[in-house]
Design a binder for this molecule. Structure first.
Ligand code: ADP
Ligand code: MG
Length: 376
């Protein structure tokens, strides 16, 4: 009989774990700054950063997070501090989730996937899972482990199997032990990291190719890699534990209506907003511990992550931000979602007059109201 260590029932259990929030600032890129305005965000310490307050150049806004990763932070450092510590739990029947949040162009895919030269969280986490499994198997022979993967995408509130390219929208269900399951989703057994690589690379290429054809689909869908570790006792009572690790490259958090992206159907941007908006509500609910109902069921993404986000699961959100002015409002929105605290400091970001971002003129967006609404 399967025995779960984790108690993930939000209704039955009062225990809800916080989501750790890390912010990663990517390096400044000349080509993203046509007006040569320089960066508008900079790190101050291991937990804090400041962003120019464009409404008042004598002020900056300082934010505090669980962790701040500055521009110089390597892929290895991000992995070591934000992800590696949670991997052992997966081998003990517990669940975890790591997700990259932030506007398109701010570094989510770099953080999660990375490149051949600079591998990101996904390849490092999978290597670590196999490393821990091998070590445990060597040290004892009571337990037997099996590792497997699924890879899916949520696009327009549809759940699509990336390991089975012609799949239709899949249902999300909950079993009697409150585990979230997706009947019909491909589950591929893995015997090694290279095995993982063989299955994962073509599937993620599929997704990228589709994206150029389908209106930058990859920036509007959530790519979700699931690594499952099943641990079986070789001797009676043959206990079994399942641990799940979700590694998620979220859709871009930018407001498509404000940035005036052409050709996006209202339905598409609305659906993305629903999943991301619900995720922000869920994270907020977990982190402020208000004790109310966590609105997992309000979107596909949060429903899917329900047993791996909050409860006794271990979760990390890496909010990716970019330093150039053209990202200012999207950065601002992302920071307000991620921040534990915010403070307005009476100190200019740069000595000379700070220019307002171009798209700010004449438009009073929600972010601007937020900027003016607190701490003044
Ligand atoms: P997103 O997935 O959020 O849209 P990407 O990961 O594609 O963003 O990043 C946009 C660009 O910035 C890519 O060319 C990527 O290689 C580069 N980039 C992002 N983060 C970093 C970083 N920390 N160091 C170096 N280059 C980065
Ligand atoms: Mg991306």
């Amino acid at each position: 009989m399967a025995q779960r260590v984790a108690v993930n029932d939000a209704a039955g259990s009062k225990r809800t774990a916080r989501v750790r929030v890390a912010v990663r600032l990517r390096p400044y890129m000349d080509k993203q700054d046509e007006k040569s305005e320089g960066p508008c965000v900079r790190g101050l310490g291991p937990q804090t950063l400041e962003i120019v307050n464009w409404r008042n150049a004598t002020e900056t806004l300082q934010y505090q997070f669980d962790v701040f990763h500055g521009e110089q932070t390597t892929q290895q450092e991000v992995f070591l501090s934000s992800v590696k510590p949670i991997i052992p739990h997966i081998l003990n029947g517990q669940n975890a989730s790591v997700f990259a949040y932030g506007p398109t162009g701010a570094g989510k895919t770099h953080t999660m996937l990375g490149s051949q030269e600079q591998p990101g969280v996904i390849p490092r986490a999978v290597r670590e899972v196999f490393h821990l499994v091998r070590t445990q198997v060597k040290d004892q022979d009571e337990w037997e482990f099996s590792v497997g993967m699924s890879y899916l995408e949520i696009y327009n509130e549809k759940v699509l199997d990336l390991l089975s390219p012609n799949s239709q929208d899949l249902p999300i269900r909950e079993d009697k032990d409150k585990n979230i399951i997706i009947p019909g989703l491909t589950h591929t057994s893995l015997s090694s990291f290279s095995d993982f690589h063989t299955h994962f690379v073509p599937a993620s290429l599929n997704r990228t190719t589709a994206s150029t054809k389908l209106n930058q689909r990859s920036s509007r869908s959530h790519a979700i890699l699931l690594i499952k570790v099943v641990k079986c006792q070789r001797v009676p009572p043959h206990r079994q534990q399942t641990g799940k690790l979700y590694l998620v490259d979220l859709a871009g958090s930018e407001d498509n209506r404000r940035t005036g992206n052409q050709g996006i159907r209202l339905k598409e941007s609305g659906a993305i907003n629903l999943s991301l908006f619900t995720l922000s509500k869920v994270v907020d609910c977990l982190n402020t511990g208000t004790g109310g109902r966590v609105p997992y069921r309000d979107s596909k993404l949060t429903r899917l992550l329900q047993d791996s986000l909050g409860g006794s699961a271990h979760s990390v959100m890496i909010t990716n931000i970019a330093p150039e002015y053209k990202y200012y409002f999207d950065t601002f929105t992302a920071l307000n979602f991620a921040a534990k605290s915010k403070q307005i400091i009476n100190r200019p970001f740069v000595r000379e007059t700070v220019m307002a971002p171009t798209n700010a003129a004449g438009k009073r967006s929600r972010e601007e109201q937020d900027a003016g609404g607190s701490g003044e």
